[in-house]
Design a protein. Structure first.
Length: 220
């Protein structure tokens, strides 16, 4: 494997230590995506960026920490896609937004084989570790804040905890991503009917309740 260092990591605003850490994450992303967790060693990653075998341990406690950092970094574009599509469609149809998001995430997975590998079950990384990734945690907090504002404005059903709603939406999107990732390399298409049903449930959960009828209103 050739040395792989993203030129964007050499930005002059970053300190030398930050550039080195970023270069390690980039090389690790490529290695783990190609060879998998079990067949990749920290020494392999170090060699890819021209470092000694023990140098990465100044930045990461162990191989697992390096792997988690690589998955989090590789998922950054996918998280930004969710952010721009969901946050940019406030007040629109949830079903339409999630359908558009599915198409865009499906295309993006081809550019992020490490995330695709994890979501398809190719690595021993359970849901609890995926949900603990810093990037997802930040997105979940932003979504909860947006939902809280929606509740205050009467656009989102009041009552449910916004954090719980955010977790539910994130779980639905992750489910769909895992489904798409599992189909990579085959001729099968995502189950559009099942995804539409799931999107309809999310939309129903967010729909504000109609105001109660006035006791003085006349019957039709």
């Amino acid at each position: 494997m050739q040395n792989f260092v993203d030129p964007s990591l050499l930005h002059e605003d970053l300190s030398k230590g930050e550039r080195t850490r970023a270069a390690l994450v980039t090389a690790a992303t490529r290695r783990f995506a190609q060879d998998g967790y079990q067949r990749t060693s920290v020494a392999d990653v170090a060699r890819d960026v021209g470092m000694t075998a023990g140098a990465p341990y100044r930045y990461f406690a162990d191989k697992e920490a390096l792997f988690l950092a690589a998955v989090d970094a590789d998922g950054a574009e996918l998280i930004q896609l969710v952010r721009s599509n969901v946050f940019g469609q406030v007040g629109g149809s949830v079903s339409a937004t999630l359908a558009l998001l599915t198409d865009r995430l499906s295309a993006a997975l081809d550019r992020h084989p490490l995330v695709a590998r994890v979501l398809s079950g190719g690595e021993p990384m359970g849901p609890e570790r995926i949900l603990a990734l810093p990037g997802l945690g930040a997105l979940r907090a932003e979504l909860a804040a947006l939902l809280r504002l929606g509740q205050e404005a009467g656009l989102v059903r009041r009552g449910p905890d916004p954090a719980v709603l955010a977790l539910g939406i994130e779980t639905a999107v992750l489910y769909q991503l895992a489904h798409i990732a599992s189909l990579r390399g085959s001729d099968a298409r995502p189950d559009a009917e099942r995804w539409a049903a799931l999107a309809a449930l999310v939309e129903a959960a967010l729909q504000p309740c109609p105001p109660p009828a006035s006791p003085n209103s006349e019957a039709p």
